[in-house]
Design a protein around this ligand. Structure first.
Ligand code: 3H9
Length: 700
């Protein structure tokens, strides 16, 4: 074995040279890898004792892409193209042996091999679009030449990977290797050498491109299909354009266009935001005052108290991950109703083809329903998911304290309550933690993990691991009303409400936020949730606009009348003059002067700036570890567009000095606590610093 660089080695097995990449954790294409590959392929090309070559990786995966940490820094040669050309032009058959994930530049390297083999569980993808990019090393030009344009469009413009079976069926790989991958790949290379197999270059294969020329409608149909989901994003459309270009320009010209587009996107704000977000999500799982090697508790079984919408949804996450759940309800009827909803949700997924009926049964068989809490003595973690009433939660935790076995984690699913207070009723507050699942809990990715005053480090570390195991994106937050997400949302709510009183129609406010990239504005959201949530018809006196709307029979989407009127057939919303009348009447009573000059810019500022201000206050209070965690909450829990990074990243893009000046100016005009400038913003702005420069802090 010879080391070509510190990241790539060369070994000879008989006639076959083995080029091995070893760059943990994911074998990213760092400079040392690119250089090693270039040296390796140049060397084997010139070595007469080598008849064939296998490219493989050590560790948990094949090359998972370019090294994203190098993006935005000065490029170091060789780039990726040089080793790719050396590989593709190698005069001996080259086999890429893929395990784990061949992603981005990893798949683009593999497509320069003459043949590809994969382990059964390997995955293949061009996820660059998720970083606001296109594949920049030939992916848009080579992939359609192997898989055909339809599959390539999906893989590049949506970015989800495919498995080995599909890769084999589409022609992306030539063989699936059971057993030892490298042994199998070497044997395959020997076979190719013995058969004098042709050196197949994907760049020269045009048959699937010719096929696509016969029916170009696939491109526009695809554009239409992804239009809503990719609204405002630049990269998906660029991916489609470049794949379409394979029909009209030569391979070399296509590569040129791809490289130019890659550079443009890379320099843009959207990709910067999406790359920031990629690392933010991973950072969020790290807790500065808890070492990585902290021993974790075992969570092999879970108990859930409450089989309502929340409890059932939470249970589904564990069942999906193969973790058995004991779910307990007060009485048999409520229990049966809850279980029925879980089953129906699964059946719906099965119908839509997301999994088989067999898998539905597998999941349901892991669910043990009951009405007796004593079964919680047998589980490693109990999650309480009952109504948000403090006295009720306290009674339950006192009871759980007597039932749960020593060392079990006791979690409360709450969106607002004080977890310290709940923990205090037990004799083991160190085992108590908050888990704020977002609704619907089986769908929403975000999990706010509430670190209470006494939560033990290993309880937090274990809960973070559990979150990952069940496919959630966690963000650690401290005890505060509304934690991070809802506390910031409330600030936006205050201004949105004030602006409609001043004369901005709800539809204008909603359309500004929708245009910004949120899935919907605050008023459409209220209509969806139901205006009568928390409304008491026996105690109502037009104290809020919402109350006034409820009093006039407007309940939201559920009865077709809320801030908007909804078409009974299509559910399309239309602004309603009656609503404007109610708002105007309400504003007059409050003495709010009417204005006709509220601009879209003012709406955006007044909705977003108080959120950022509160985000900074949350950091000052030590209720979040870093500003990027706040962004993770907003992107995953509230649909903040990832191409804007999150509210804190957005504010940095505006310039914190501009943000400070605007907040101060609005505060002078409008008043209110939410406009009192955060001292942290003031300080950072005066020092010319950003939130990202702050060291991560422990939750206080
Ligand atoms: C590209 O390839 C462009 C080309 O077309 C053109 C070039 C010219 N770079 O996710 P994990 C780190 S664009 C640097 O927790 P998992 C990650 O930050 C790239 N670092 O593990 C984390 O660090 P830490 C296209 C990377 O097992 C650690 O590795 N490729 C990279 O859950 C473990 O990551 C992609 O977009 C990277 N490329 O999942 C793939 N990838 O431990 C991006 C990861 O300090 N990566 N890290 O927190 C992934 O999707 C997942 O990491 C993967 C493993 C599925 C590979």
């Amino acid at each position: 074995m010879v080391a070509l660089t510190e990241m790539v080695a060369l070994e000879q097995r008989g006639d076959i040279a083995l080029i091995l990449v070893d760059n943990p954790p994911v074998n990213a294409l760092s400079h040392g890898v690119r250089l090693g590959l270039l040296k390796g392929f140049e060397q084997v090309a010139a070595d007469d004792s080598v008849k064939g070559v296998v490219l493989a990786c050590r560790g948990r995966t094949f090359i998972a892409g370019a090294d994203i940490t190098e993006f935005g820094k000065p490029a170091k040669t060789p780039g990726l193209e040089e080793p790719q050309v050396a590989m593709e032009n190698c005069p001996k058959p080259v086999v890429a042996a893929i395990h784990g994930t061949a992603l981005g530049g990893g798949l683009e390297i593999a497509m320069c091999a003459h043949y590809r083999v994969g382990a059964p569980a390997a995955r293949y993808g061009q996820p660059e679009v998720k970083l606001g990019l296109i594949p920049g090393a030939g992916g848009t030009q080579r992939l359609p030449r192997v898989t055909g344009v339809a599959k390539a469009l999906e893989m590049c413009a949506i970015g989800d990977p495919i498995g080995s079976e599909e890769a084999l069926a589409t022609g992306l790989i030539d063989k699936i290797i059971e057993g030892d991958l490298i042994d199998g790949a070497v044997a395959y290379a020997e076979e190719l050498v013995a058969a004098a197999a042709p050196l197949k270059k994907i760049r020269d294969r045009d048959e699937k491109i010719d096929e696509a020329r016969a029916d170009r409608s696939v491109f526009d149909a695809f554009r239409k299909r992804i239009a809503r989901k990719t609204r405002n994003f630049e990269a998906p459309a660029k991916n489609v354009d470049l794949i379409e270009a394979t029909l009209d320009v030569s391979f070399d010209e296509g590569i040129k266009q791809e490289q130019a587009a890659f550079q443009t996107l890379m320099a843009g704000r959207q990709s910067e935001a999406q790359r920031y977000y990629f690392f933010s999500e991973r950072e969020a799982a790290k807790v500065p005052d808890i070492p990585r090697e902290t021993p974790l508790r075992d969570v092999k079984s879970v108990g859930i108290l409450g089989a309502g919408t929340m409890g059932g949804g939470i249970a589904m996450n564990f069942l999906n991950a193969g973790i058995p759940v004991k779910i307990v309800e007060r009485d048999k009827d409520a229990l049966d109703r809850g279980i029925d909803v879980v089953r129906k949700n699964y059946q719906r997924s099965a119908k839509s083809g997301r999994f088989t009926m067999e898998q539905v049964e597998e999941r349901m068989s892991l669910l043990e329903p009951g009405t007796d809490k004593s079964v919680f003595g047998e589980v490693d973690m109990v999650i309480e998911a009952v109504f948000e009433l403090m006295p009720l939660k306290k009674t339950i935790f006192a009871e759980l304290d007597g039932i749960a076995r020593e060392g079990a984690i006791l979690a409360t699913n709450t969106s607002a309550l004080n977890v310290n207070e709940i923990a205090a009723v037990t004799k083991r507050p160190e085992d108590v933690i908050g888990t704020h699942f977002f609704s619907p809990a089986n769908v929403m990715k975000l999990l706010e993990i509430v670190r209470a005053e006494k939560t033990a480090p290993d309880v937090l570390a274990t809960t973070l691991k559990v979150a990952k195991a069940i496919g959630k994106v966690p963000a650690v937050v401290g005890v505060a009303p509304g934690f991070v997400g809802n506390r910031m949302l409330a600030q936006r709510g205050i201004e949105a409400e004030t602006m409609i009183m001043e004369g901005a129609p709800p539809a204008q406010v909603d359309s500004v936020l929708y245009g910004f990239g949120m899935p919907m504005g605050p008023f459409a959201m209220s209509d969806l949730a139901g205006l009568d949530v928390g409304w008491d018809p026996d105690n109502t006196s037009s104290r809020t606009i919402r109350e006034a709307l409820c009093e006039s029979g407007r309940r939201g989407q559920k009865n077709g009348r809320g801030y908007y009127t909804y078409d009974p057939e299509t559910r399309a919303p239309t602004p309603d003059p009656e609503v404007l009348e109610i708002i105007r009447g309400f504003a007059e009573k409050r003495g709010v002067a009417h204005r006709d000059d509220i601009t879209d810019e003012e709406i955006l500022d007044r909705c977003l700036l108080p959120m950022v201000n509160m985000g900074a206050k949350i950091l000052e209070e030590g209720k979040a570890m870093r500003s990027s965690d706040i962004d993770v909450v907003w992107v995953n829990g509230y649909g903040w567009p990832v191409y804007e990074g999150g509210p804190m990243f957005w504010a940095e893009g505006q310039g914190l000095d501009t943000v400070a000046a605007k907040i101060t100016a609005y505060g002078a005009k409008l008043g209110g606590e939410h406009w009192e400038l955060s001292p942290l913003i003031e300080k950072l702005a005066s020092e010319g610093k950003s939130f990202q420069e702050l060291e991560p802090q422990a939750i206080r």
